[in-house]
Design a protein around this ligand. Structure first.
Ligand SMILES: Cc1cc2nc3c(=O)[nH]c(=O)nc-3n(C[C@H](O)[C@H](O)[C@H](O)COP(=O)(O)O)c2cc1C
Length: 182
């Protein structure tokens, strides 16, 4: 039995997290199917012994495909026997003073609004890529440069990757512990 990792991303930061999680699971002999909810078909969740799902944040919102995925699979997620965990990649989560509020707003509140229960949730930093070869369009980049002023060590011409891999690894390891206990 496998676990499933479902992610919604606009610029690739959440995809990078999902892929790294899948590698760590594999190193612990846990196979996973990893799906981009925008591009891939959505498998039957009851076939899996655990679920990790996550979304990038833009203007306070998950991707629309992740919202649809959760809406459509609400019953299946709540009925899933194994562990289920949620995360966001959010630029503001990297601001220490905002982290707790951001985590509750982008995870707990939205999951609650959808009526979905999870074992745990977490807000990781994101990638605020304002470099010249960024995949982010010029207008969005402009918004990011303004938003970035509050972010510690923000480089107004840089990639600004604030994903905390130690924290992401710990989150994944806790999920692995839950899988092994089940
Ligand atoms: C136009 C724009 C708006 C954003 N708005 C927010 C926001 O409201 N809150 C936040 O925490 N991060 C915000 N971010 C930062 C993103 O959350 C960050 O870039 C994240 O890594 C995106 O994940 P993704 O690449 O998987 O889509 C914004 C980024 C862009 C480009």
């Amino acid at each position: 039995m496998k676990v499933i990792i479902a992610y919604g991303t606009r610029y690739g930061a959440t995809q990078g997290v999902a892929e790294r999680m899948s590698e760590w699971l594999h190193e612990d002999n846990i196979d996973s199917d990893i799906i981009n909810v925008k591009k891939d078909s959505w498998p039957e969740l009851s076939l899996y012994k655990g679920l990790i799902f996550g979304s990038g944040i833009k203007i306070g919102q998950w991707t629309k495909e992740m919202k649809n995925f959760v809406k459509k699979n609400k019953e299946e997620i709540n009925a899933l026997k194994g562990p289920k965990v949620f995360f966001v990649c959010s630029g503001y989560a990297a601001i220490p003073e905002r982290y707790q509020e951001i985590k509750e707003e982008y995870c707990k509140k939205v999951l609650g609004d959808f009526g979905v229960t999870v074992d745990t949730y977490e807000a990781f930093g994101g990638v605020m890529n304002v470099s010249s070869d960024s995949p982010i369009g010029w207008l969005d980049k402009k918004i990011l440069k303004v938003a970035g002023k509050d972010t510690p060590n923000f480089d107004p011409d840089g990639v600004n990757d604030s994903r905390d891999w130690d924290k992401i690894k710990k989150f994944t390891q806790e999920f692995i512990q839950r899988i092994k206990k089940d």
